[in-house]
Design a protein around this ligand. Sequence first.
Ligand code: FER
Length: 283
Amino acid sequence: MTCAQPPRRPGFPQPLELSPADRQNLPEPAADISKQRPDIPHGRLELIQYESKTVGTTRRMNVYTPPGYTSDTRYPVLYLLHGIGGDETEWQRFADPLNLLDNLIADGKAAPMIVVMPNGRAQKNDRAEGDVFASAPAFATFEKDLLNDVIPAIEGRYSVKADRDSRAIAGLSMGGGQALNFGFANPAVFGWIGGFSAAPNTRPPEQLIPDPTSARTQYHLIWLSCGSKDQLLGISQKTQRFLQQQQIPHAWNVDGHGHDATHWKHNLWHFCQQVFQHKVAAD
Ligand code: FER
């Protein structure tokens, strides 16, 4: 008698399948990448408020300004988005971007930049409370809040370069899906895109990139990364396969981590060394 495989329980993790393209293309960073170094200049992290016409409330965001920030210089801006269970403080907990950026800038490995960490849950109660999955629609609404409220507030308050070549969007998980969706939908606003462990809110490839020919040359950097132990790997793989088929230049880094802070911190560190540094695609 042969024994049939028992049916998989819904929600039971599916086996992850790796192809030769799914490899770690960048080295594993050292353990001390976001350790505070007393011997180097430090930037600042400030929690600021802005009026959101989209949501109808006063909202909060964390803003990193680099060491020696001065209104005599105009800086590029990275908009960095959190996951479904997070808020404007989540990146601080997962990756300590203040020290991570201070260290990279001190070592000449990252361009001095402003990093904006807004709250991507665009609804009146934007705390990560109760069933956090119920707020998924508010993560889509955030596109309006970002374009019409967050970016104007940042550009009115800080000394920034206000053009697509100087605006990047990246995020983790739900924020990775937002970064891909909003970045590809708004090529006039963002020139650099990064998705770390993008969640199922990522649009299917044909909707995400309806004009692959333009996308081939429009972006300075398209970054995708995911851990090989992340149950959401299939989302990034599907997106990466499309980019590859369509010959859209991109970075693809599959490390050995899961859906976790180590993957996000490591890939933010790598991404920050490429963003605003060089043009990988012709204009
Ligand atoms: C889902 C699984 C995971 C989903 C979202 C997530 C909207 C997001 C995870 C995260 O942000 O960490 O089915 O649907």
